[in-house]
Design a protein around this ligand. Structure first.
Ligand code: SAM
Length: 218
């Protein structure tokens, strides 16, 4: 009962103002550090073109751009992009559907998406579009919750990070509502969509996985 009540503040913000929720989440270490660790592991150099799909209110895109990367970031929610475009930093923010971006083919060195492949109805449609906009040899990486991210896992993260009421509620909500994907199946989808064999990295103690692959060169 107490745990259900503690999800209420996050649930209320999710319904009332989703951009504000994701903006707030990015201030928590348990939310932000998997994203920054993922980015560090990808070794994105300066002067490359990177597309982030499902960028939400744009905090992560702005942090990537601050490293000298040319970032385009897309979300289908006008509210998210309105909030994103109001912030500082040199990111091109676009409203659009990640499965049908309307962007030119073979433009980007990297395409990243966090918590999107488990949200769209058809992950293969997303990966097909990602492959289309990537340059040959370019890198795609998608981050998503795994089946390990259950309620017991959420409680361990809450304890480890000494989360307050709001953060604990958000974590419980995430663990209970998010669709989880098997990383091996996502690797198979990469191979079926024109990528070389993909690899898996784990974050948040295995609750999140990133699948990363290079687009085949011709
Ligand atoms: C769970 S949120 C993740 C936001 C952000 N990437 C993060 O990790 O904090 C999913 C985001 O994907 C966006 N989204 C959902 N379906 C989409 C689609 N087909 N094309 C583009 N964005 C989409 C939503 O509007 C939302 O901002």
């Amino acid at each position: 009962m107490l745990k259900t009540i503690s999800t209420l503040p996050a649930l209320t913000l999710l319904i009332a103002d989703t951009p504000a929720l994701f903006d707030r989440l990015y201030r928590y270490e348990w939310y932000k550090s998997p994203l920054t660790d993922w980015l560090d592991a990808l070794k994105v150099g300066e002067n490359v073109k990177l597309l982030e799909l499902g960028c939400g209110p744009g905090n992560f895109a702005r942090d990537i751009a601050s490293k000298g990367v040319a970032v385009t970031a897309m979300d289908r929610s006008e509210k998210m992009i309105k909030k994103a475009a109001g912030g500082n930093g040199a990111v091109e923010f676009l409203v659009g559907d990640a499965t049908q971006t309307g962007l030119g083919a073979e433009q980007f060195d990297f395409v990243l998406s966090a918590s999107l492949i488990n949200v769209v109805p058809d992950g293969k449609q997303l990966l097909t579009e990602v492959a289309r906009v990537l340059k040959p040899g370019g890198t795609a990486s998608v981050l998503f919750p795994t089946p390990k991210f259950n309620s017991a896992h959420a409680e361990r993260i809450i304890a480890d990070y000494r989360c307050g009421v709001f953060a604990a509620g958000a974590l419980r909500l995430w663990a209970s509502k998010a669709r989880k994907l098997d990383p091996r199946k996502v690797c198979d989808s990469f191979e079926n969509c024109g990528f070389e064999p993909a690899n898996v990295s784990s974050f948040l103690d295995g609750g999140l996985a990133a699948v990363t692959g290079k687009k085949k060169s011709a």
